[in-house]
Design a protein around this ligand. Structure first.
Ligand code: FRU
Length: 325
């Protein structure tokens, strides 16, 4: 019989990097596991204008649901509001807009992440020391919230000083530049609190490139299991800590399905996670790589079934043309 109409789930990603790649793969895997959906991906490479355009296009195509990671708090609100006003359910994912016009939010609590890191660093320093902050993209909700959480944690320690705070975007290069600006002002530092692992790594590279002969300590966020990712860097003692920033594409799809099928759902969904230190980095890495292998198997299986079906259909066409089917 003719297959039922599939729900089209459109995904608008703000950036392109290993973390987004992992998430996109998980969302695509959701398509394999659920016959009723089709997942369309668009990526805007940190460009607000492009992201608005991509969302508007999805809306004009009449997609059934939108999943959006808004690059910045206010810059993407217009397109998101337009979608929402047209009756397309919108799931905000990982980052927020400054508008109440969204159907649901799912992601980690970035305020909690900043606060946990602030407390961790202050305790490591026994309540006394000099910290610098390397911020993620200006005006993007995780950067705002990680900063706020961090400040709220360290304000309880009168001898902890934030001596500099520099930002850029979320990329390694930006971490290098920010750290170089800081080191030109002062090298009397103890800890680097970076808003993600790529920035923390950039800061580490900058200190080495400038030949600074001091052992600064570094923390980041993301905890990717990729080669050279946060989990390895913590395990190997390059970073003191990272914070696992879960992708959880399967939960995002599950939420989308509830909304599409008019089932009850929660509007704000905070994913649980935790700080990664040397004590749990190795175990977390092993578990993450194990999960990756399972996903890979699933994908291989999917391709085999696809190939089997297309071979079968080709056979069928051939037999039909010979009048034998
Ligand atoms: C990935 C990323 C992460 C960061 C998150 C914040 O695109 O830059 O490194 O934790 O986005 O939204």
């Amino acid at each position: 019989g003719k297959p039922d109409k599939k729900f089209v789930i459109a995904v608008s990603q703000c950036s392109e990097d290993v973390w987004r790649d992992k998430l996109n793969e998980e969302l695509k895997t959701g398509e394999y596991l659920n016959d009723s959906i089709m997942v369309k991906l668009a990526s805007s490479n940190d460009d607000n204008v492009l992201q608005n355009k991509q969302i508007n296009q999805f809306v004009d195509e009449g997609v059934d649901l939108l999943i959006v990671s808004p690059n910045q708090l206010s810059a993407i609100s217009k397109a998101v509001e337009r979608a929402y006003d047209r009756g397309i359910p919108v799931i905000l994912y990982d980052r927020k807009t400054n508008s109440d016009k969204y159907t649901a939010f799912i992601g980690c609590d970035n305020y909690v992440i900043g606060k946990s890191m602030g407390t961790f660093i202050a305790q490591q320093l026994h309540g006394k020391g000099r910290i610098v902050e390397i911020r993620g993209s200006e005006g993007s909700s995780p950067a705002i919230e990680r900063h706020r959480g961090f400040m709220d944690a360290v304000k309880h320690y009168p001898d902890i000083h934030l001596v500099a705070s520099e930002g850029g975007d979320w990329k390694e290069e930006s971490g290098i530049k920010a750290m170089k600006r800081i080191l030109q002002q002062t090298q009397d530092l103890d800890y680097v609190f970076a808003h993600n692992d790529r920035l923390a790594w950039g800061a580490y590279v900058a200190a080495r490139q400038m030949g600074v002969n001091r052992n600064y300590k570094y923390t980041g966020v993301d905890g990717m299991a990729t080669e050279g990712g946060g989990l390895e860097l913590v395990r190997d003692g390059v970073f003191e800590a990272s914070y696992l920033y879960p992708t959880k594409g399967d939960e995002v799809i599950a939420l989308a399905l509830k909304i599409l099928n008019h089932q009850p759902y929660q509007r704000d969904n905070y994913l649980s996670s935790s700080i990664i230190t040397k004590a749990n980095a190795e175990l977390t890495l092993m578990e993450a790589r194990d999960a990756e292998r399972q996903t890979h198997k699933l994908r291989t299986l999917h391709h085999q079934v696809d190939k089997y079906l297309s071979d079968y259909n080709a056979q069928k066409v051939l037999l039909m043309s010979l009048g034998l089917f």
